[in-house]
Design a protein around this ligand. Structure first.
Ligand code: HEC
Ligand code: HEC
Ligand code: HEC
Ligand code: HEC
Ligand code: HEC
Ligand code: HEC
Ligand code: HEC
Ligand code: HEC
Length: 487
């Protein structure tokens, strides 16, 4: 009996303390950050009694160097997905299975990550701990890298400004989308990499990713997350223009022509209440019998971004080290899920025929890409370009454009009904512009080289006679000018 009374008394005190806590945050923050409190009060979670402390409060037994004393509480300013996991385990697990969570490591921090793995400081497939990030500054590493992923650094090297360009690697470029590495000092104050809501952010507690990338705090709204603009923040521009493609597609057209988009607020999206699919409908939402997912790869057959397209790579956390492998079986299941989404609004034949055409485009792209790569290899073999710096010569830059810009637009335009991107910004630019110029460059360079060899021979044979070398030099200059004009 006594035990029971004590237990109840403890519970009452606990509840009193916890509500008092929540009220304390709100009361004070109404004055300090009124915008945050207003958003929070409009959120579904506030409606359901989730408090500031539920997300910001220290998790028992979980090491997080960003947790610090704050007006009598122990809180973190950067609740990682780990802080959401207690209540949303499924969403967090799916998100961690996706490339979204790992994209800081797949993107800007890849060379640094691979170096850390090589040196045994991180196990392949694990996110770096705060200690590793603090002891091996990932930002410093980026500024000195020369890889095709950092075209600027290859070019900067050639210009001779690589050392001076310390700003490259700044958090305002790649990391705005891919995510920063968040570094804290010994007092738990964040000194670098925050604010940032890049989707694969490396958090101080060693959990990768940022839910805030699509659910901005403190509304954490699904309406916002379902809007194409949310994805379009990162999915746009010359190398992955999904937003522009969507805008020119019939689906985007229908979506943007509706003034009332309140269907995005629906508890569940269905073929009946959805006039046109948004990015989320095709890639994430529960729809037409397909379960909802926070793994955006779960409905994709192809990898449309690499040099050569293959079936989707698995697992995502091994993409940074190159150990992930295409998985045909899984990719086929993904395709079936995507088709089932389409079939909510289209007939099966419409859907099958569409994907037959799309797959053929990807295969055609692959043929062109292999052929262009073979030409680059021939250029290297014949000594017309130097492999040492992978992206500082004309043929190398052409190849980069062919796969990384034009080739992506070409494939993605075909995937999502953007014919202008599939053809004019894609196929045409890749083949009609970059490939053709590369071929012309090769032929010209070969002729110049053979003329140079001939000059060399002539000179040793009859050096007093300068008429022929002069003539050849004139041809060389004329050819060089011609290349310039073509560029
Ligand atoms: C007595 C007033 C007060 C209370 C109570 C209070 N805060 Fe704050 N909070 C502040 C002020 C002032 C700042 C800005 C200065 C600073 O960072 O300390 C702040 C900053 C923050 C930050 C940003 C920290 C950073 O490093 O930038 C977070 C997150 C935060 N508060 C959350 C909370 C939570 C959660 C609670 C309740 C558990 C809470 N606060 C309670 C006054 C308060
Ligand atoms: C559902 C979880 C959740 C709840 C509830 C929540 N927060 Fe946050 N809060 C976050 C997340 C996530 C971030 C973003 C951290 C990041 O990724 O940068 C954040 C960021 C912040 C920041 C720093 C951001 C800035 O713009 O300065 C403050 C201050 C803050 N929260 C205060 C509060 C207060 C006060 C409450 C209660 C009224 C509250 N939070 C409730 C999850 C939550
Ligand atoms: C203490 C439990 C708890 C924590 C921690 C928590 N949530 Fe929630 N969340 C809820 C509840 C309860 C709901 C409302 C019920 C529902 O719709 O499932 C909800 C709903 C949501 C929704 C749907 C909102 C809508 O408009 O329908 C989103 C998005 C969300 N949470 C994101 C987050 C994120 C991101 C974090 C971590 C930063 C987080 N939650 C942390 C309990 C929590
Ligand atoms: C505007 C946002 C944005 C910026 C800035 C950005 N990226 Fe990306 N990046 C993306 C998106 C979105 C994708 C996904 C493309 C796709 O799969 O269609 C991507 C894809 C990639 C990939 C391919 C990943 C894979 O799975 O193969 C790499 C590598 C990459 N980015 C590196 C970088 C680097 C390095 C920088 C800076 C020099 C950078 N990105 C700048 C948004 C961005
Ligand atoms: C790429 C964007 C994106 C990111 C990142 C993201 N979400 Fe979501 N989230 C969505 C979309 C879109 C929906 C609505 C799904 C639907 O229509 O069924 C959603 C819905 C939710 C819901 C409501 C229940 C459900 O599953 O539909 C919760 C809870 C949630 N997200 C939590 C999280 C948490 C926790 C994280 C971080 C681990 C996160 N989200 C990261 C886009 C995102
Ligand atoms: C903050 C930036 C950001 C936002 C917001 C964002 N993404 Fe991404 N997304 C990326 C980056 C970066 C990648 C590249 C991941 C990689 O391969 O490294 C990516 C990759 C993807 C992929 C390819 C995944 C794969 O397995 O190949 C899909 C599909 C995708 N995103 C869909 C979405 C959708 C749908 C939304 C909105 C609901 C969204 N994204 C919001 C940055 C973002
Ligand atoms: C009508 C459905 C639909 C809509 C709407 C849609 N997509 Fe897609 N998306 C697809 C299909 C189909 C593919 C190719 C799937 C495959 O590989 O089998 C794809 C592929 C992708 C990829 C993968 C590219 C890669 O590198 O592998 C990304 C990223 C992506 N979409 C993002 C978006 C974004 C962002 C939006 C909104 C601006 C969007 N999608 C709108 C159906 C859609
Ligand atoms: C929410 C309903 C919905 C979903 C889901 C949907 N569509 Fe559509 N789609 C439409 C509507 C409505 C149209 C306009 C039909 C018309 O022209 O009358 C359309 C048009 C099209 C067109 C014709 C484009 C043109 O310019 O002629 C294609 C192709 C298409 N959809 C393919 C797909 C594919 C592939 C998927 C799945 C990846 C898909 N759709 C998913 C509603 C949807």
């Amino acid at each position: 009996m006594l035990k029971k009374i004590i237990a109840i008394a403890i519970l009452v005190v606990f509840v009193a303390i916890s509500t008092a806590s929540a009220d304390q945050c709100i009361n004070c923050h109404k004055a300090v950050t009124p915008g945050i409190v207003a958003d929070y009060e409009r959120s579904k979670m506030a409606e359901n009694g989730v408090t500031c402390l539920d997300c910001h409060g220290e998790i028992e037994g979980h090491k997080d160097p960003s947790v610090k004393e704050h007006n009598g509480f122990r809180i973190t300013p950067v609740p990682s997905p780990k802080y959401c996991e207690r209540c949303h385990p499924q969403q967090v697990q799916e998100f961690l299975n996706s490339k979204h969570a790992w994209t800081a490591l797949i993107g800007p921090f890849k060379p640094w990550y691979n170096k850390m793995v090589e040196e045994g400081k991180i196990k392949a497939g694990e996110a770096p701990s705060e200690d590793v990030m603090k002891e091996n500054d990932p930002y410093k590493d980026i500024a000195s890298r020369v890889t095709p992923l950092y075209p600027a650094s290859g070019i900067m090297d050639k210009i001779g400004l690589l050392e001076e360009m310390k700003g490259y690697g700044s958090i305002l470029y790649c990391m705005e989308c891919h995510g920063t590495a968040v570094i804290v000092d010994e007092n738990g104050n964040i000194v670098k990499g925050w604010p940032n809501s890049g989707i694969g952010r490396l958090n101080p507690d060693g959990t990768p990713g940022s839910c805030t990338a699509c659910h901005t705090r403190h509304k954490f709204s699904i309406e916002e997350a379902r809007s194409p603009e949310t994805c379009g923040q990162c999915h746009l521009g010359p190398d992955h223009p999904q937003m522009e493609i969507y805008e020119e597609s019939k689906h985007g057209n229908i979506f943007f022509s509706f003034e009332n988009k309140s269907f995005l607020k629906a508890e569940k999206l269905t073929p009946e209440n959805t006039p046109a699919p948004t990015c989320a409908v095709c890639h994430m939402s529960e729809f037409n019998g397909v379960k909802s997912t926070h793994d955006v790869g779960e409905r994709l057959y192809w990898e449309l971004q690499p040099k050569i397209s293959t079936a989707q790579w698995y697992p995502s956390n091994l993409v940074p080290t190159g150990e992930a492998k295409p998985d045909e079986e899984k990719a086929k299941e993904n395709r079936e899920r995507m088709k089932q989404v389409c079939r909510g609004c289209h007939s099966p034949r419409w859907v099958d025929n569409y994907f037959t055409e799309f797959d053929a485009v990807v295969e055609d792209y692959n043929k062109i890409a292999r052929s262009a790569k073979a030409l680059l290899d021939k250029i290297y073999e014949e000594g017309l370009a130097n492999k040492s710096n992978p992206i500082d010569e004309y043929p190398e830059l052409s190849w980069y454009y062919i796969w990384h810009h034009d080739g992506r637009r070409w494939r993605m335009g075909a995937a999502m009904q953007g014919p202008d991107y599939a053809h004019w910004h894609g196929l045409f630019e890749a083949v009609g512009d970059k490939y053709l110029k590369l071929l012309n460059w090769y032929e010209t360079a070969k002729r110049i080289k053979s003329l140079e060899t001939q000059i060399g021979k002539e000179e040793t044979k009859r050096s007093p006679f300068i008429g022929l070398p002069l003539l050849i030099a004139a041809i060389v200059i004329a050819l060089t000018l011609k290349i310039k004009m073509r560029k």
